[in-house]
Design a protein around this ligand. Sequence first.
Ligand code: 4EZ
Length: 230
Amino acid sequence: MKIAIMGAMPEEIAPILEKLGEYKTTEYAGNKYYEARYKGADLVIAYSKIGKVFSTLTASSMIQHFGAQKLLFSGVAGAISPSLKVGDLIVATKLSQHDLDITAFGHAFGYVPEGSVYIDTDKDLITISKEVASEMGKSVKEGIIATGDQFVANEDRKNWIGDTFKADALEMEGASVAVVCNALDIPFFILRSISDAADMDASFSFDEFLETSAVESAEFVMKMVDKIVD
Ligand code: 4EZ
């Protein structure tokens, strides 16, 4: 079993590399990929760089070049749901691209022909996440994540995304990773820990909490890997 663990920024995968200690580094398609043997499984780990295009490239590379059979994303997000506070975890049940817009032709936001507004994540991985959450005594929210090539730091934009997609959190990579995994039939899981509230203070909150929130997410994902390889 080969499992991909992906983030967008170095800070999002650093806690995972630290836990592994030893790994092999391979350069491919303008990125570094870290491979390690972990409890009888093979891991490939990488950060893509920010946004939908880079994350598409990395997810595709992990699957098609490195042979990953499952993909887990770990990172941070801006909260839309008022119930989500800095450091809280959200597991995506489905994802949508909030900046995909051909509404001029009468289509819904997030829709293009032969695509779909939402892509569902893998049910079995969500079940595993529930087991991990209860063992850790953590409450983990399940919800919809909206993705776009924008750092949202604006109450109006955030509320529009929340209303239009019924989204609970937003970020810049999840839905593009979902498109790749769905097309290639690879079970995938998107976990995010909240770093900010996507409002006018978002950039300051993000800078302050990126590292600690990234650790929350990474530790949870590694507990999931433990269960998957068990
Ligand atoms: C993108 N990631 C942020 C990258 C920010 C700054 C150098 C997550 C995220 C996010 N994305 C956290 N808060 C966000 C927000 N308010 N809007 C969009 O995945 C890079």
